[in-house]
Ligand binder design. Structure first.
Ligand SMILES: Cc1cc2nc3c(=O)[nH]c(=O)nc-3n(C[C@H](O)[C@H](O)[C@H](O)COP(=O)(O)OP(=O)(O)OC[C@H]3O[C@@H](n4cnc5c(N)ncnc54)[C@H](O)[C@@H]3O)c2cc1C
Length: 433
């Protein structure tokens, strides 16, 4: 599991800080383009932490083109539809997803740890055991020496720093990116919008048709997202349900106590009162929460979009570049897209690494900044809240609660945040050539 690499002369072409979804996808993409790459990751042994994650067809296409289609299909659940309900389980809005919507690639729901494991195994198999150096953190860059960038790393077990010389550095080191902090000093902590998110994974009976991403309530107060994430459980006639319960608290945007930590344990007694009596179709929500062995708690945070990402031979990728609210299955998906565009741009501009990095930023920065801002607006929420206020005890027909104009507005809001562009994705050429 753990490889060390000797700090001799110029070690590597591209160094990636961070073996998350973004860093590992970037390593595979660069390798596929024939570019030498190595990853450093502070965690000593990468364990399957986290809960569920969604991959849009855009990202599934890229991972499939990297040769991971079968591995994804073996672990993930292909999402059939996304449906929004009120807190009583009455359907407000829904649409087919992935293959059912006409994409050539599925949308997948899966365990984040399983995705990271699958990517890590592929990196080690294709690039060698020494490609991912665990127990080692990026510390800082020194002044570039011509085409060579000295990068200072820390071996965490020994407490020692050493320098490696690379041609390009990619900061894929997440929400608290050290690479970003060196490029953009004084930025401060992530921005919190007052929403606390409790998350869990529980084996359950299949609910709501079996392959639905179900969303109930609204972010005006309490909202629930539930979807199954395991093909293996589905084969046994069961469902491994991932759930996220979001509750808004009256806190000014920008203030947050403590760090956002994906591994922080949450308390059932904190979340349960907000969902008392919730029943979504055949899903008893409080029972699902109560049966969850470990509940995690995480604040809904992002950062202000950056006016530029990198300088010289350095850039950012994934959450380090554009952390966003988890709306529309975009966090992991956008990191995968970054990775593929990065590799393509470096290959096109080879051997000029700086030109390749700037071309990558040009393509990805505006697109992802727009998503960060769109996710903040939560455009559908006003209408979902209107449903709760106009029909607090539920309804028979949504047309009795929302006007035709409001229903059209809701449709447009969802299409924008979930990026429904079937013909465009199906029709464009591969980024891998
Ligand atoms: C432990 C963990 C659990 C998560 N669980 C979920 C989840 O359940 N559901 C979900 O939707 N999203 C989850 N996420 C976030 C999700 O993975 C990201 O939003 C998205 O996939 C983008 O990935 P990323 O690779 O950019 O960032 P991340 O996945 O955050 O990966 C960043 C990596 O950089 C490493 N790193 C940090 N500092 C340094 C440094 N100084 N030098 C080198 N490397 C460094 C981190 O250890 C981490 O492995 C989780 C993230 C983490 C780190």
């Amino acid at each position: 599991m753990h490889a060390k690499y000797a700090p001799h002369a110029t070690n590597t072409d591209v160094l990636i800080a961070g073996a998350g979804i973004g860093g590992l996808s970037a390593a595979l993409s660069l390798h596929a383009m024939g570019i030498g790459v190595r990853i450093v990751e502070p965690v000593q042994v990468l364990r399957p932490v986290g809960v569920g994650i969604n991959l849009l067809p855009h990202a599934v296409r890229e991972l499939t083109e990297l040769g991971l289609g079968e591995q994804l299909a073996a672990t993930a659940v292909p999402t059939a539809e996304m449906v929004h309900y009120d807190r009583h389980g009455n359907r407000i809005w829904g649409e087919p997803r992935g293959l059912a919507l006409g994409y050539h690639w599925p949308q997948y729901s899966l365990h984040r740890g399983a995705l990271q494991r699958l990517l890590l195994d592929a990196v080690r198999e294709r690039l060698g055991e020494r490609a991912v150096v665990t127990g080692t953190a990026f510390v800082r860059c020194a002044e570039a020496e011509g085409q060579v960038l000295p990068v200072i790393l820390r071996d965490l077990a020994r407490g020692r720093e050493h320098t490696v010389r690379v041609r390009a550095l990619v900061g894929a080191d997440g929400l608290y990116s050290t690479v970003r902090a060196q490029l953009h000093p004084g930025e401060g902590p992530p921005l919190w919008n007052g929403i606390r998110m409790w998350r869990g994974v529980t084996e359950w009976h299949p609910v709501l048709g079996g392959r639905t991403v179900a969303i109930a309530g609204s972010n005006a107060h309490a909202k629930l997202v539930v979807y199954p994430i395991s093909n293996e459980a589905e084969q046994r006639g069961r469902a491994l349900l991932n759930w996220v319960a979001e509750v808004r608290f009256p806190v000014e945007h920008g203030a947050m106590s403590g760090a956002a930590d994906w591994n922080r344990t949450g308390r059932l007694s904190d979340v349960l009162p907000h969902f008392a009596g919730w029943r979504i179709g055949d899903l008893d929500v409080p029972a699902l929460f109560a049966a969850t062995r470990r509940i995690l708690e995480y604040p809904m945070v992002d950062r202000e979009p950056l006016p530029w990402w990198g300088r010289g031979p350095v850039t950012l990728l994934g959450d380090a570049a554009h952390p966003m609210y988890p709306v529309g299955s975009n966090g992991g998906s956008q990191a995968v897209l970054d990775a593929r565009v990065l590799a393509r741009c470096l290959a096109v501009h080879d051997p000029d690494r700086e030109a390749g990095l700037r071309a990558y930023e040009e393509i990805r920065r505006e697109a992802t900044s727009a998503l960060v801002l769109a996710n903040r607006r939560m455009p559908a929420d006003r209408l979902l809240q209107a449903v709760a206020e106009r029909a607090p005890d539920g309804f028979d027909r949504v047309e009795d609660v929302l006007t035709q104009e409001e229903l059209a507005e809701l449709d447009a809001a969802y299409r924008w945040t979930t990026g429904t562009d079937v013909a465009e994705l199906n029709g464009r050429g591969s980024w891998g050539v």
